[in-house]
Design a protein around this ligand. Structure first.
Ligand code: IMP
Ligand code: MG
Length: 186
């Protein structure tokens, strides 16, 4: 679903730095429910491990797992490649997985696929640990900015090249608590 810029009018209350809401709570909930349903079907009979990337994906992950009705386990990995909204290029693992993913079916859960550099690095990192398979589930896909060849297996929404915050996503660690996804005032 490509968001083409016909955004709804704003009522962001205290969050006046948000100029436009891209996706409201109801729209997000419906889409996350659909992703959970698909993961449930695709992984039936197995117990996948969902690997959330801290911190941006934690809200999405929390909602997503409650829409999955097969057994799963959960792990977190923390990588950094950004400072503010500009990319430094370097990917660094700041917190590794707690459990082994050997022989496990792994689903990386990411907030945004932007250049794809982070997810590409994570894919390689995880594949080197002998998993049964690795897939990627992203809430938002900014295809226009892709710099490496990586295609997510599950996508919530495709978005244009705009910097978004809310629903776990930040700008300088702020705005993660917004229930919707919006664009910051420049
Ligand atoms: P990539 O390596 O360029 O694909 O960067 C992916 C990561 O950058 C995401 O997981 C986010 O944490 C962060 N990021 C990219 N675009 C945005 C944005 O618009 N808002 C907030 N974080 C972003
Ligand atoms: Mg992230």
């Amino acid at each position: 679903m490509l968001n083409d810029g016909r955004h709804q009018a704003l009522d962001t209350g205290n969050n006046s730095e948000i100029t436009r809401i891209l996706f409201g709570e109801d729209e997000i909930r419906a889409r996350v429910r659909e992703l959970g349903r698909r993961i449930t079907e695709d992984y039936r009979g197995t117990t996948p491990v969902l690997v959330g990337t801290l911190k941006g994906s934690f809200v999405f992950l929390a909602d997503l797992i409650r829409e999955i009705s097969i057994p799963i386990t959960l792990d977190f990995i923390s990588v950094s490649s950004y400072c503010g909204s500009s990319q430094t290029g370097a990917v660094k693992i700041q917190k590794d997985l707690d459990e082994s993913v050997s022989e496990r079916r792994v689903v990386i859960v990411e907030d945004i696929l932007d250049t794809g550099i982070t997810a590409n690095y994570l894919m390689k990192w995880l594949r080197a640990r002998n998993p049964a398979d690795v897939r990627i589930c992203v809430l938002l896909d900014k295809q226009a900015r892709r710099r490496v060849d990586i295609a997510p297996d599950y996508v919530g929404f495709e978005i244009l090249d705009e910097f978004v915050v809310g629903y776990g996503m930040d700008y300088n660690q702020q705005y993660r608590n917004l229930p919707h996804i919006g664009i910051l005032r420049p």
